[in-house]
Structure formats: structure tokens, C-alpha cells
Ligand binder design. Structure first.
Ligand SMILES: [Zn+2]
Length: 475
């Protein structure tokens, strides 16, 4: 396969070269950083600009979806049932090649286009653009191992249907707005509100005065108190998860992956509550591949997990035993970025059947590359993240205190990468992505484009650490 006669300012991504029919396909990059798809010979696509001995196509979502029609491995797929899966969120739309270099050769199945509606609105991207970046990144690396696409933290059925229309295969239902805070509710109010639920009588009959045997855990039993709390806390959330699932099954003729996630709620999901939620989803015939409980401890964004590790291990053991005993779904750990102490436990307790989601950690890797290559621009990013902190932090679980961050002028250029590493500044940078991308996004992309291989190498190294912690073998 050879490409001949490209103008001097264009170079080819060698890994992307593919032949099909009478045409050769590859990704090309112009000296100013602009990328395009080049098809030499007989192109299957109708549009395109005449270029060299073929046609050039700009990297629009339409080009991505056309390309995925030609090469089926570029279309998102469902997660193979027996493999662990890892979500690589990419807020910049530039990280997929680095993610591929981390996951290639491991047993983990990658989920690339993993972004929530909240992330998309903060980064000014659409579901289609996010998926297109993942497709082009996959094509650039010539990676034909398959990947999923996750419309993450869906809070509205319409959003799920929009993502379904575009080709997403993994739908994360987030019913957290329907989760009721029962933790501080008194007995009387609890009893009254439970009795008012449509299913109160059925639930009493179904759950009280009987054991629920769970292999490798023992017998679980509900008391009135634990049943009332579980039912009131998650009852409406289960209804919502059911509604979204019905919407998707009506819209999609093909199989899809469905996750129910309550990780972004205030109080942990107890093993009994987990049992209740899953049994109720099963009764409604909601088929889901993964469940994200709210785990104990501080699952903060972008930093190590904080809490009582023994307690985490005990609860994880119970959650994993319930998941194994009730059916074929995996436990999902969100905000997985840099939770290195939890990974070996998750891998072991779930017998390697887990799903982990990360996103912010890849953005932080990009900032590290910026700090090394353009210190003054990195200072601008830090400054902007700090000034946006008060409003950006609203919807996140974090503990950063900007007062503990040294004044920027006192940090030397060589030490700027330390700001990406240290807890307080790392979190401030982590949640500032929306403000930074909307004001400084173009320049940030430009710098990363001119240090493209370094960016990929750093991503591959950092995400490989995650995968090693999860004990997926790199063959
Ligand atoms: Zn989450």
C-alpha cells in the first residue's frame, strides 16, 4: 500500500493506512495541525475535495460515520460478556490514540466515547462530535479490536434516545434526581411515606420474613426499617431506570449495553439496597450489564480514594457477591481516575468482571504536557481554573482548598508540573475544564497538536498504570 504525490506540507499517519475495494484510505495531517481523511483511488463517498490522486474529507461527524460504514471495526460495539471493560473519557477529543496504546494487548475492552450531557455542555461538544473523535482516533491507530461508546450519566430519556440515534452502544442511566434522602428520616415519616408507595404491600410480602441466601456472603434479611429505607430511597429511581430502558428498547432494534448508576448521590448504597434495586430491575425485566453503586468513602475526582479501606473492602465483597449471585452484570466504579488503592480489590472481588470509568485524568495528562512545553500558557490555565473554581465546584465531590495552593508567581517553570500532581491544585485544574476549554480551548488544542506524540505517550503511560492496577494482563 503506497500513497504517492501528497503535497509537501501533508504527512500520513502510517498506522491508519487501509485498503478496501479500489481505494486506499489514510489519515493525513497538514503542517498547521489540521487533519483530514484522504482516499486515493475510487472513493465510496460522494462528497470530498479533489486532492492529489484522490479526495480529501474534513473530519466531520458525517465523515466518521461514512468511514465506519466502510470499516465495521470503527462502529461502536457491545462489551463482550466475559471481559472487563474500561471507560476512557476524553474531554478534548484528542486522546483516543493514547488510550489505544494503553489498552492494546490487554484483556480489557475499551469504551472510548464516554461523555455525559454535563461534560458535553461544558466542553461545547455534541454526542456526534464525541463519537467522531473516537472513530478517527481509532482509525489513526489502525486499532480493530473493537470499542464501545458510552452516553454517560443520562438524566433524561430524550438524551438517551438522541445518543441511540447516533450510534452509541452503552447507555448509563443516572436516576439520582429520583433518589430520596432517607438517611436522616425519622421512623414515623419513613413508615408513612413507605405506606403511601404503590407497591408497599407487594414489597412487604416479597421482602419481609424471608432470607436471601447469597453465595460467599451468607443470608441477607430485611427488617421493616431496612426495607422501608431501601424502597423509599430507590423506588422512584428504579421506575425511572425502567422508563429509560423501555424508551431505548423501543428505539433500537439491536442489542445495547445498559448501566444503572447511582454513584453521584450523597449516601452509600448498602448491600441490602443493592439487592433490592437489582431484584426490582429484574422483576421489571430491565436487562442491564452494569451497576454503579455509590461506594463508601470519598470518591473524589482525579485523586486517590480516601476513607477506611477495610470498610471499603468489606462492602465491595458484599456487593460483588450479590452481583454474582443475582445475575450477569458487572460492578461499575466511576470517578475511577487515579483510584490506585481500590483497583486490586475491585479486580479480585469481582473475579475480573468490572467496569471502570475515567475522564478527568486524561485532561490532567494533557495539562502536564502543556506545563512542560508552554509554562506561561499553563499559568493562564491555572489562573483561570482558580478564578472559576467557586462556580465550577458546585456539581462535584471534591475537597480542594485553593488557599493551600502556592501563589503562582512563586512557582518556577520547572515546578509547574507539581501543580498538576498535588491534591488541591490537581482538583482545581480537574474541575476547571469547562471554563478552560471555552476560553482557551483553541490554543490548548494547538499546543497538544504540536506535541502530539508526547501527548499520546504520556496518556499511554498514565492509563497503563490504571490497567496494571486492575490486573489486566498485557500480553
Ligand atoms: Zn459517575
Amino acid at each position: 500500500m503506497t500513497i504517492h504525490d501528497l503535497p509537501a506540507k501533508w504527512r500520513i499517519y502510517e498506522q491508519s493506512l487501509q485498503k478496501k475495494g479500489g481505494a486506499v484510505f489514510c489519515l493525513v495531517k497538514r503542517s498547521d495541525g489540521e487533519k483530514a481523511l484522504y482516499v486515493q483511488g475510487e472513493s465510496p463517498f460522494s462528497r470530498g475535495e479533489p486532492f492529489a490522486n484522490g479526495n480529501l474529507y474534513w473530519l466531520t461527524p458525517q465523515t466518521a460515520f461514512d468511514l465506519a460504514q466502510v470499516f465495521s471495526w470503527l462502529a461502536p460495539q457491545c462489551i463482550p460478556a466475559e471481559r472487563p471493560s474500561f471507560g476512557f473519557g476524553d474531554r478534548l477529543g484528542l486522546a483516543t490514540p493514547g488510550h489505544i496504546r494503553a489498552v492494546r494487548g490487554t484483556s480489557a475492552f475499551p469504551v472510548f466515547a464516554q461523555q455525559s450531557v454535563r461534560e458535553n455542555s461544558r466542553t461545547g461538544r455534541t454526542f456526534a462530535e464525541v463519537l467522531a473523535s473516537a472513530i478517527f482516533g481509532t482509525f489513526q491507530e489502525g486499532y480493530n479490536g473493537g470499542f464501545g461508546a458510552d452516553a454517560d450519566h443520562l438524566k433524561r430519556v430524550e438524551d438517551a434516545l438522541e445518543a441511540a440515534e447516533i450510534g452509541y452502544t452503552f447507555f448509563t442511566c443516572d436516576p439520582s434526581e429520583h433518589v430520596v434522602r432517607v438517611e436522616k428520616m425519622g421512623d414515623e415519616e419513613l413508615r408513612q411515606r413507605f405506606s403511601a408507595l404503590d407497591w408497599a404491600d407487594e414489597w412487604r410480602q416479597e421482602y419481609l420474613n424471608r432470607p436471601f441466601p447469597i453465595a460467599k456472603l451468607g443470608e441477607l434479611r430485611f427488617t421493616e426499617d431496612t426495607l422501608f429505607r431501601a424502597a423509599l430511597k430507590y423506588g422512584a429511581a428504579i421506575e425511572f431506570a425502567d422508563r429509560m430502558y423501555r424508551g431505548l428498547t423501543e428505539r433500537l432494534s439491536q442489542r445495547f449495553d445498559y448501566e444503572v448508576s447511582v454513584d453521584e448521590t450523597d449516601f452509600p448504597t448498602s448491600p441490602l439496597e443493592h439487592l433490592f434495586v437489582v431484584r426490582e430491575l429484574h422483576r421489571r425485566e430491565v436487562e442491564f450489564v452494569s451497576l454503579a453503586p455509590r461506594f463508601v468513602g470519598a470518591m473524589e475526582k482525579g485523586v486517590h480514594w480516601q476513607g477506611d479501606l477495610d470498610q471499603f473492602e468489606r462492602e465491595l465483597h458484599a456487593h460483588a457477591a450479590i452481583a454474582r449471585s443475582l445475575g450477569s452484570y458487572r460492578l461499575s466504579l466511576h470517578s475511577g481516575s487515579d483510584k490506585f488503592t481500590l483497583y486490586p480489590l475491585l479486580a479480585e472481588e469481582t473475579n475480573g468482571l468490572w467496569h471502570v470509568k475515567t475522564a478527568g485524568t486524561s485532561y490532567l495528562v494533557a495539562l502536564e504536557v502543556i506545563a512542560r512545553n508552554d509554562p506561561s500558557f499553563f499559568r493562564e490555565i491555572m489562573h483561570l481554573s482558580l478564578s472559576a473554581f467557586a462556580s465550577d465546584k458546585q456539581s462535584y465531590q471534591i475537597s480542594a482548598d485553593p488557599a493551600r495552593i502556592p501563589p503562582l508567581h512563586s512557582v518556577s517553570d520547572d515546578d509547574l508540573t507539581q501543580l498538576v500532581a498535588k491534591h488541591d491544585s490537581r482538583q482545581v485544574l480537574h474541575i476547571g475544564f469547562g471554563s478552560v476549554l471555552s476560553e482557551l480551548g483553541d490554543k490548548l488544542n494547538e499546543i497538544l497538536a504540536s506535541h502530539e506524540q508526547e501527548h499520546y505517550a504520556c496518556l499511554a503511560r498514565h492509563l497503563a498504570r490504571h490497567l496494571q492496577g486492575l490486573e489486566v494482563n498485557n500480553e
